[in-house]
Ligand binder design. Structure first.
Ligand code: ATP
Length: 458
């Protein structure tokens, strides 16, 4: 069973150092969170799993890491300046502002009044100034999606790699949206991370690729430990499609607060590359959008056989890192009742996602020999490079196990008198089964190496 409530997850995240409210010392900043010592590991592991699946395990995707600050023109031609809005209403009674399509019963959630203004579009982009002069020409935006810079770098990547269709460009990074009402912990925030793939295909093959990517992505979420029974596919109806999309499937997940979007998989057609392309006519390019007089690039690809230029179509699986972290935490969280009637909280994270892979615990924290052996084992295992190995001398092995159950550490190793005085073996304790076995220290690298490599491809 996953967590019963968001409160349980929020409490665990704060208590054990996964997620903190940003700027909390000064009352916080609404819709902004910081990731703590364990949160950063979990988040990095999720992003690494995505990168492995998207870039390393395929042979048709390249990576990119582009700037967050974005030239205003990019977001004008992409359509974001004009249309990246949510409908906003004001409550005339208490002055609160709400997203119109999130209101229930047409009433203000704060004071209950139905005296609301008509909805009006509110642009979600964060605007800023670049350089010391504040005028219209220095206006820039924090990117609202990582996708646009993939499109604006399309020609650079093609020229640098000689890629032919179909191929993709992957990027993981921050995006910013001035959400009218951020809520539900890290589900809807104003600063978040996305894992986006833009997969460029021949027009005409786009629908088939769209289906392929939907299946790939559902599969990937399952490999992160998400129960398929809590995943749903939602075909976005035409009237709700984003301005660039011909068709979108949303991967929906049963979060503690309800079923909501975890990832969107859109067929963006030639909308974006076409919007950023100049000289379409002179190249005989047939794109669905108008010429761009400001751009200096032809974001098109030449067909080697026919010699003609064309603007590819693009399929975009776009997943939220923060929503992903929330989903995997929710899936992993469970409270078990033990035979003796006590309970234990366990984060049954997949091993490749666990923030700490192995904890090494000395039976006595003041015993020189035990401490030295435990530290040496930690160092040796850490050097294998499968993830974080922690030395932890809480002095109480039972409590150590419980602490590590709660943060999802798959293996604990205990070093005791038998280790140093008799046979150089340690106790290996398994998070899920709580089974304890003795293993020779010499066998540990092979044992833990195999344990974690099994999940490495997830
Ligand atoms: P929503 O309808 O929930 O506002 P969206 O359809 O606007 O989301 P997309 O533009 O499709 O979202 O963005 C792709 C992904 O980025 C989403 O599936 C989500 O995981 C993530 N994302 C978008 N907005 C936010 C946000 N405010 N906070 C956290 N993650 C977000």
């Amino acid at each position: 069973m996953p967590a019963r409530s968001m409160e349980e997850l929020v409490a665990l995240c704060k208590r054990r150092g996964f997620v903190f409210q940003a700027s909390e010392l000064y009352g916080g900043l609404q819709g902004v969170y910081d990731y703590g010592p364990l949160g950063v590991e979990l988040k990095n592991n999720l992003k690494a799993a995505w990168w492995r699946a998207m870039v390393y395990e395929r042979d048709d995707v390249e990576g990119l890491d582009s700037a967050i600050l974005t030239n205003r023109k990019v977001l004008q031609y992409s359509g974001h300046e004009a249309t990246f809005t949510d409908p906003m209403v004001d409550c005339r009674q208490c002055r609160a502002r709400w997203r119109a399509d999130h209101l229930e019963g047409g009433r203000c959630p704060k004071c209950g009044s139905d005296d609301l203004t008509e909805p009006r579009p509110f642009n979600l982009m964060f605007r800023t100034q670049v350089g010391p002069v504040e005028d219209a020409s220095s206006t820039a935006y924090l990117r609202p999606e990582t996708a646009q810079s993939i499109f604006t770098n399309f020609k650079h990547v093609v020229d640098a790699t000689s890629r032919r269709l179909p191929f993709g460009i992957a990027q993981v990074g921050k995006a910013f949206r001035n959400e009218i009402t951020p809520r539900n912990f890290i589900f809807r925030v104003r600063e978040f991370e996305q894992m986006e793939l833009e997969f460029f295909v021949e027009p005409g093959t786009d629908e088939e690729w769209h289906e392929t990517w939907v299946q790939e992505r559902l599969d990937w979420w399952r490999r992160q430990g998400i129960d398929p029974n809590r995943l749903e596919l939602y075909r976005v109806p035409p009237e709700e499609l984003a301005h660039y999309s011909k068709a979108t499937f949303d991967v929906m997940y049963r979060f503690p607060h309800g079923v909501e979007e975890l990832e969107g998989i859109a067929n963006r057609t030639d909308f974006d590359l076409g919007s950023h392309t100049k000289d379409q006519d002179s190249l005989g390019i047939d794109a669905s959008v108008e010429e761009n007089p400001d751009s200096n690039a032809r974001l098109a690809i030449r067909d080697l056989q026919s010699g003609t230029w064309r603007v590819p179509y693009v399929i975009e699986p776009s997943a939220g890192v923060d929503r992903g972290v929330l989903a995997v935490l929710n899936e992993a969280y469970r409270v078990e009742t033990l035979d003796n009637g006590s309970t234990r909280t366990v984060l049954g994270l997949k091993p490749h996602l666990a923030p700490v892979k192995v904890a090494v615990l000395p039976l006595k924290r003041n015993h020189e020999g035990i401490v030295a052996r435990a530290r040496a084992i930690r160092k040796e295992l850490q050097a294998l490079g499968f993830g974080r190995v922690l030395y932890e001398d809480t002095g109480n092995i039972g409590k150590g196990y419980r602490r590590h159950d709660e943060v999802g550490t798959p293996l604990c190793l205990t070093v005791d008198f038998q280790t140093i005085e008799e046979d150089d073996t340690v106790t290996v304790r398994d998070r899920d089964t709580m089974a304890q076995t003795r293993l020779a220290v010499a066998e540990l690298p092979a044992y833990v190496g195999e344990y974690f490599s099994a999940g490495a491809g997830s």
